[in-house]
Design a protein around this ligand. Sequence first.
Ligand SMILES: [Zn+2]
Length: 166
Amino acid sequence: MPSGKVHDTVNTVLTFATVPVAYNHGFEVSDIVLFVLGSLFATYYLSPDLDLEGTRPVKRWGHLSFIWKPYSSVVPHRGVSHYPIVGILTRLGYLFLVFTVFWFAFVGFLHYAGLSPPRLDPYVILKPGVWGPFMAGALFADTLHIAMDALWSTLKRAGKKKRRRR
Ligand SMILES: [Zn+2]
């Protein structure tokens, strides 16, 4: 598979390449911004390669990178995490689960300390107008990664065959 650096570069370049195209097709600037944010987030923090320990996307989580350890130990590399559409949903679902656990731990701590928890308004991010373009961007980045992995494998296989024939 291509290195993490290649994935990051190709995804970033192609994400920004969509901006003038989308703008010329009459998309709202706010939608384009959300699309770009979704694509960059999926490239740098939610890449399919979170299924492998020590990869660039895992390291980017810094002190929080341990949250991906259970995920990478359960999911085989280039397994379900590299399935189109399904893969990113498993990672988003997993992330949601982890943050729910953190949230309840935080609320429990506040309770213990005699403080009242802040009110969260999940409807702000659950608005279709917000998550629609953001998810479209995330799917764009995810599909690009999977397509590049597949292309890389095909080229490698073709290269090997050629060498064998010589
Ligand atoms: Zn990959």
